[in-house]
Design a protein around this ligand. Structure first.
Ligand SMILES: O=C(O)C1=C[C@@H](OP(=O)(O)O)[C@@H](O)[C@H](O)C1
Ligand SMILES: C=C(OP(=O)(O)O)C(=O)O
Length: 455
């Protein structure tokens, strides 16, 4: 679907969608339990893939009785769990476009007493799974890539008993999340030793927070084996086996998504109607590293307030200046920051971003090349992206969203201030994390037209 965005201003109140990361984990944790209700879930293409996997393992995911009957718009999902022992699936598990699903479900599949096959779309079949496969193989499980290239399709045959394993921390934190979530229901528990420092560490903090809410204890440790408060700087992680997943009152409520909030913040910072704010509800603090978007926008000069008690962010438009941002902890913010940098004065330098190349697409190249089509000057190095805001004169162009939700949404933000109309290919991919993104933006005032049946 092509989306056409014409220069426009935004104002008014909108609500953040629920967190994709928490929803994935909550659905799978509920699957590991004897059953639990997940309230305010994100219902999107990616989280539906995790729900499918829970079902394939012998669980069930249904909208709460009396609530919406359509899982596309559920207030709560009732998960019937498989009680820590996934059944061998009847069919291949299709993880679609979702890296989180593939990594978390690969480790879950290792618990089953039999063989599971996992696949995904073309993007997911090109992303790295090798370190997780090797870790599971080291733990005694058959875990292979059918093409022998460390990429899906994957074949996993359990059962996994647990043990100690080494894994790199700089490819994907999702490997650690996967091993901890599965490790809690093994017989022996799992100890994960990092061979390289952990990137995307806040995502492991999200995991630890959610595990605690489901009654599971997992601990980050330093190189002496002493417990740490969080995942940052950890040398490894320990989770005892034989634990049972069970949230305190039988249910778990998903907080708002700060990666999604980043587009709303950026839209307000570059295109709010003079004197008028954009208000974002549902911005309650959690372990999400991507809440750093508030501090980053502020550093760039945005007029922004975050009432953490009420969970509301208010942002007004102001002149922005380039800044340097290390995205080691916050890879998903790179496209948003690049779009902000294209509007700001001076250089915006995004460092520590090599791992952002392993996402739905190589997002470093994608933003460098697509913003350039809109008139931005960009310099791409292996681990750094610089957007030369002062040299950039944004104008409408035809750009490719690279079948990547975050590229589409970030280009749409830049299009708000580009002169004329920007056509973005692949607008439908927002359904991965923020299905009503263009409706929400249109409500705020974005001039947007969508091609294609039913859109
Ligand atoms: O665990 C998660 O929910 C995620 C972890 C991050 O991936 P990496 O750990 O692969 O960097 C992030 O980019 C992804 O969008 C979601
Ligand atoms: C990289 C992302 O997700 P995943 O790894 O689950 O595909 C994302 O949402 O930006």
């Amino acid at each position: 679907m092509d989306v056409h965005v014409t220069t426009s201003t935004v104002r008014g109140t909108t609500r953040a969608p629920p967190s994709k990361s928490y929803t994935h984990r909550a659905l799978l944790a509920a699957g590991y339990s004897d059953g639990a209700t997940v309230r305010s879930p994100l219902v999107s293409a990616d989280t539906k893939a995790t729900a499918r996997a829970v079902t394939a393992f012998g669980g069930a995911v249904e909208p709460e009785a009396g609530a919406e009957t359509d899982t596309d718009d559920a207030d709560a999902l009732v998960v019937d769990g498989f009680g820590g022992r996934p059944a061998v699936p009847d069919d291949v598990i299709d993880c679609a476009n979702s890296g989180t699903t593939m990594r978390l479900v690969t480790a879950a599949a290792a618990l089953a007493d039999g063989t599971t096959v996992l696949t995904g779309d073309g993007s997911l079949r090109s992303r790295p799974q090798g370190p997780l496969l090797e870790a599971l193989a080291d733990l005694g499980v058959r875990a292979e890539s059918t093409r022998g290239n460390g990429q899906a399709p994957l074949v996993v045959s359990g059962p996994l008993a647990g043990g100690e394993v080494a894994i790199p921390g700089d490819v994907s934190s999702q490997y650690v999340t996967a091993l901890l979530m599965a490790g809690a229901v093994t017989d022996e528990g799992v100890e994960v030793d990092l061979t390289t420092p952990l990137k995307s560490a806040p995502y492991v903090d999200i995991t630890l927070e959610l595990l605690a809410d489901f009654g599971i204890e997992a601990t980050p440790v330093d190189d002496g084996g002493d417990a740490l408060d969080g995942a940052a700087g950890a040398a490894g992680f320990v989770v005892d086996g034989g634990q049972s997943y069970a949230p305190a009152d039988g249910s778990y409520t998903v907080p708002g998504d700060f990666s999604s909030i980043s587009y709303l913040v950026a839209a307000g910072a570059v295109a709010a109607e003079p004197g008028e704010p954009v208000r974002i509800e549902g911005a309650v603090p959690s372990a999400q590293g991507d809440s750093a978007i508030v501090e980053i926008a502020e550093r760039m000069g945005a007029e922004i307030e975050w009432d953490r008690e009420v969970g509301v962010i208010t942002v007004r438009r102001s002149e922005l200046s380039g800044v340097e941002v290390d995205v080691g902890d916050t890879p998903d913010l790179l496209p948003t920051i690049a779009a902000l940098g294209a509007v700001a004065d001076g250089d915006t330098t995004i460092t520590n971003c090599e791992h952002v190349r392993y996402k739905e697409t190589d997002r470093v190249s994608a933003m460098a090349e697509e913003l350039a089509k809109m008139g931005a000057e960009t310099t791409e190095e292996p681990d750094t992206l610089t957007v030369h805001g002062s040299e950039s004169d944004l104008r409408g162009a035809t750009v490719d969203g690279r079948a990547d939700h975050r590229i589409v949404m970030s280009l749409a933000v830049a299009a708000l201030v580009a002169e004329g109309t920007t056509t973005i290919h692949g607008g439908e991919h927002v359904d991965v994390s923020f299905p009503n993104f263009f409706d929400a933006m249109a409500d705020l005032g974005m001039a947007v037209e969508r091609d294609g049946a039913g859109e």
